[in-house]
Design a protein around this ligand. Structure first.
Ligand code: ADP
Ligand code: MG
Length: 303
């Protein structure tokens, strides 16, 4: 079984080995969360690396990643398990066709493990040979309060109950990471169970590191221009501010077009890699893009 990192530095280094660039602040809560076995609650704008750190942690520890993607209307039962209704129907038909089925026995068989579809929470509670998995409860702000209350319970005793089979309890609790894009406030009670961290947009230096890790084919000059421009764009009043994910995508678009250095024309042509709303694109394309590019180049110019 893989060992957990023994220090903040080791955590940051292990994440870096997975191409995840992690500052000391996030490295500290990540380390503590692993060390204390407490869920990690990450909140922040879209595309700042919340989901990615769960992937990086599972890869660095060699543990399975189990993802519960939250959405409106997600209910407890589909997060834990479901009965395979169509397989049950076939079993009933087969038993009927064979004639004289033993009803009690059939019923017992129908609600056995054979017909159980495991959903993420159940999977996360079951034993895994490589050690407890990483359970990513992604975009928890998309669910509703009853589901949060249910999560709170599931996370407090790491136990789920299937009426027909009884309680299933994790011998070793999973490593839990929750994320929220903060489209609404998540209840205090749930946050109180967790270590909390606000994942902010990275600084210039950190975003450069991320680009070096994720788009190594970009030249240093192009990356600097991309980061400076994107960071300037984040200061604008946009409907949807570009995240790190967009900076990476955009750099890749520019490379695909053999761009050596940014120009107003190439920016206007490729804005769709960066901005995903037509209103934002019309606001920025043209004169505004030129102005932001001038500003970005000024910031990059040696003093
Ligand atoms: N700190 C980081 N180090 C490396 N890559 C990052 C980092 N932050 C973001 N990324 C990149 O941005 C992409 C989007 O991040 P993601 O975790 O999906 O954002 P979020 O879940 O916060 O919306 C990732 O696939 C990854 O390529
Ligand atoms: Mg995400």
């Amino acid at each position: 079984m893989s060992d957990l990192p023994v220090s903040i530095d080791e955590t940051i280094a292990a994440l870096a080995a997975q191409n995840y660039v992690c500052g000391r602040d996030l490295g500290t809560v990540a380390y503590l969360s692993l060390r204390l076995g407490k869920p990690l609650f990450l909140e922040g704008e879209a595309g700042v690396g919340k989901t990615e750190i769960a992937k990086a942690i599972s890869a660095m520890l060699g543990r399975r990643l189990i993802r519960l993607q939250c959405f409106e209307g997600l209910d407890a039962s589909s997060a834990i398990y479901e009965w395979n209704f169509s397989a049950q129907m076939i079993a009933i038909r087969t038993a009927e066709a064979a004639g004289g089925a033993d009803r009690a026995k059939l019923q017992q068989e129908l609600f056995s493990e054979d017909f159980l579809i495991r959903r993420p929470l159940l999977e996360a509670m079951e034993p895994h040979p490589e050690g407890p998995p990483v359970l990513l409860i992604d975009e928890v702000d998309r669910t509703d309060e009853p589901f949060e209350a249910f999560l709170l319970e599931a996370l407090s005793d790491f136990q789920v109950t299937i009426p027909e089979l009884g309680p299933i309890r994790a011998a070793e609790p999973p490593i839990v990471i929750l994320t929220s894009n903060r489209t609404r406030e998540v209840h205090d009670a749930l946050k109180r169970r967790c270590l909390y961290h606000w994942v902010d947009y990275p600084s210039f230096a950190r975003e450069m590191e991320i680009l070096r890790a994720r788009v190594p084919e970009a030249t240093e000059t192009l990356s600097e221009e991309v980061v400076a421009f994107v960071q300037g764009l984040r200061g604008q009043d946009l409907f949807k501010t570009p995240g790190v994910a967009e900076a990476i995508d955009w750099a890749r678009c520019l490379i695909a077009l053999d761009t050596v250095s940014l120009s107003p024309e190439v920016i206007s042509d490729t804005l769709g890699g960066l901005l995903k709303y037509q209103d934002d694109i019309t606001r920025i394309a043209g004169a505004e893009a030129s102005r932001l590019l001038d500003e970005a180049k000024q910031r990059l110019a040696p003093a």
